[in-house]
Design a protein around this ligand. Structure first.
Ligand code: NAD
Length: 460
C-alpha cells in the first residue's frame, strides 16, 4: 500500500497491509493480552497513558510534520491538533479513576448491599478516519485502554504513518504490544477486522461506511458506536457584528481545508444583513493563503483524498446549474513547483443557494460553502433542521436568550452560540440521524467503554 503525500503526489513509503490471516493473528494476540491488561491496576494503566503524553510532548514537532506530509494539513494546524490531543489526555487522566470506580448504590447494613462495577468490554475494534487522526483516535483508544480493554486500532489508510507512530508511543509508554494493536490497511482490512469476534466496534468515518459497519455488526449483539459525517448549519442573526461573525464563520468553514466533521457546511443569514455579510465573508476568505502545507503561513492545505475533488466539482456544477452565484473559487487548481502534482481545490463561496442543491444537502468535506438569506428565525430553524445529519449547529447573535430559543429547537448533538467547529473534552460528542450513534468524550465517553455489572450481595 502506497502512502502518498496529497500535497505533492510523492510516495512517502510503501507499507504491507494486514491480510485476513494477519488480522486473525492480531485478534488472537489481543484476546490473550486483554485478560492480563484488565488485571493491571487502574493506576498503572493511567500511568502508561501519562507516559504516552510525555512521548507526544517529546516528539511533538516530528509528529506534526509526519501528519502534514501524509494528510496535507497545514503545519500550524497539525501542531494545534497535537496540542488538542494533550488537552484530551489531561481530561482522561483527571476523570477516569472517578468514573471507573466501583459504586455502592444501596445498603441495608449487615443484610444487603447493591453495587455497580465497570467492566471492560473486552477486545474492541477502533476503525478510524484520517482528518483528525490524533483526535478521533484518542477519543476512543485512550479511555478504552484505561478501562481495561484491548484495542485493535485500524487507522485510516490516509493516516497510516500517524497510526504507526501512535502504536510505537503507546508501546514505549508501557501499553503491551498485544493490548494496543495497530491493524494496517484500507477498507478491506477494516472489513477483515469486523470478521473477528470482537466485543465492540467504535468507528469514525463517513455515513456510507458507517452503515456497512452497522450491518456487519448487527447480528452480533456487540456494542457499536458510529461517529459519522455532518452538514453543519449556522444561522447569523440581524443583531451581530457582521465583520466578526463573518471572520469566525469563514474559519469554521475553511479550517483544516473544510475537512472536519464539524466544519460549517451551510450558512443562513438574516436578509437584512445578507449583502454586508457576503462582502465581509468573501473579503475574509480572500486573505487565506493556499499552498505548501509545510509553509508556516499556509492556511488552506491539500485535499487529502483525491476522489473528493470529483465530489467538489460535482457540487459546484450542480449549484451553478441551479442558479447559485459563484463568488470565489469553484475549481481544481494546479499548484506550482513541488506541489504541482498535489490535490488542490480553490476556496469556494456560493451565494443565493437553496436546498435543491447538493451543496446544501450532501456533506462537502472540502473548502466550499453555500450562503443563503432567510427572512426570520423560524425560517432559519426550518432550514437548519432540513437535513439527514445532525452533528453540530450554531447561532450568531448578540442576544443570548434568542440564541438559546433557536438552539433548543435544532436537532443536533452539539449546539454553539457565537462559536462553531469546536470540540471540548468535557462535553459529549455525538450526532443524531446520519451523524451516528453513541458518543465519545466527557465522562460519558469514559464509561461507554465499559459494561456496568450489577452486584446483589445478601449476607447469609
Ligand atoms: P471512510 O468512511 O472512508 O473511512 C473510515 C474508515 O473506515 C477508514 O479507516 C477505512 O479504511 C475504513 N473502512 C472503509 N470501508 C470499510 C469497510 N467496508 N469495513 C470496515 N472498515 C472500512 O471515512 P474517512 O474518509 O476516513 O473520513 C471522513 C468522514 O469521517 C467524513 O464523513 C467525516 O465527517 C467523518 N468524521 C466524523 C467524525 C465525528 O466525530 N463524527 C470525526 C471525523 C470524521
Amino acid at each position: 500500500m502506497k502512502i502518498v503525500n496529497p500535497a505533492t503526489g510523492a510516495t512517502l513509503i510503501d507499507v504491507v497491509p494486514d491480510n485476513l490471516a494477519a488480522v486473525r493473528r492480531k485478534y488472537e494476540a489481543a484476546r490473550a493480552g486483554q485478560t492480563r491488561w484488565a488485571r493491571v491496576p487502574l493506576a498503572k494503566r493511567l500511568a502508561a497513558i501519562g507516559r504516552f503524553r510525555e512521548r507526544v510532548v517529546a516528539l511533538h514537532e516530528s509528529l506534526a510534520r509526519t501528519l502534514t506530509q501524509e494528510v496535507g494539513k497545514p503545519i500550524r494546524q497539525s501542531r494545534n491538533e497535537l496540542n488538542g490531543l494533550l488537552t484530551r489526555l489531561d481530561f482522561f487522566l483527571a476523570e477516569s479513576a472517578r468514573m471507573l470506580r466501583d459504586e455502592r448504590v444501596y445498603e441495608e447494613p449487615g443484610k444487603l448491599e447493591e453495587r455497580i462495577s465497570h467492566e471492560p468490554l473486552g477486545v474492541i475494534a477502533n476503525i478510524s478516519a484520517w482528518n483528525y487522526p490524533y483526535f478521533v483516535g484518542s477519543n476512543v483508544f485512550v479511555p478504552a485502554l484505561v478501562a481495561g480493554n484491548a484495542v485493535l486500532y485500524k487507522p485510516s489508510e490516509y493516516a497510516t504513518l500517524t497510526g504507526i507512530h501512535i502504536g510505537e508511543m503507546l508501546h514505549e509508554a508501557g501499553v503491551p504490544q498485544d493490548v494496543f494493536v495497530p491493524v494496517i490497511g484500507d477498507g478491506a482490512t477494516g472489513a477483515a477486522l469486523l470478521r473477528q469476534p470482537v466485543d465492540g466496534v467504535f468507528f469514525t468515518g463517513s455515513y456510507a461506511t458507517g452503515a456497512k459497519i452497522a450491518a456487519a455488526a448487527g447480528r452480533r449483539m456487540i456494542k457499536v458506536q458510529l461517529e459519522l459525517g455532518g452538514k453543519d448549519p449556522v444561522y447569523v442573526c440581524d443583531d451581530v457584528d457582521v465583520k466578526a461573525a463573518a471572520a469566525g464563520l469563514a474559519d469554521g468553514a475553511f479550517y483544516n481545508t473544510g475537512q472536519s466533521c464539524c466544519s460549517v457546511e451551510r450558512i443562513y443569514v438574516h436578509e437584512s444583513i445578507y449583502p454586508a455579510f457576503i462582502d465581509a465573508f468573501v473579503a475574509e476568505v480572500k486573505t487565506y493563503k493556499m499552498g505548501d502545507p509545510m509553509d508556516e503561513s499556509t492556511y488552506i492545505g491539500a485535499i487529502t483524498r483525491r476522489p473528493q475533488l470529483d465530489v467538489l466539482k460535482q457540487q459546484v456544477a450542480d449549484a451553478k446549474k441551479k442558479g447559485a452565484k459563484l463568488l470565489l473559487g469553484g475549481s481544481v487548481v494546479k499548484g506550482g513547483g513541488p506541489i504541482a502534482k498535489g490535490n488542490w481545490f480553490a476556496p469556494t463561496v456560493f451565494a443565493d443557494v437553496d436546498h435543491s442543491m447538493q451543496l446544501m444537502r450532501d456533506e462537502s468535506f472540502g473548502p466550499i460553502i453555500g450562503i443563503q438569506a432567510v427572512a426570520d428565525d423560524d425560517a432559519a430553524v426550518e432550514l437548519m433542521n432540513d437535513t439527514e445529519y445532525g452533528l453540530t449547529a450554531g447561532v450568531y447573535s448578540a442576544d443570548e436568550k434568542r440564541a438559546r430559543r433557536i438552539l433548543a429547537r435544532v436537532n443536533s448533538g452539539s449546539v454553539y452560540w457565537n462559536c462553531c467547529d469546536r470540540v471540548s473534552p468535557r462535553l459529549p460528542w455525538s450526532g443524531v440521524g446520519h451523524s451516528g450513534i453513541g458518543l465519545t468524550l466527557s465522562t460519558y465517553g469514559i464509561q461507554t467503554f465499559t459494561r456496568p455489572k450489577a452486584w446483589h450481595l445478601r449476607t447469609a
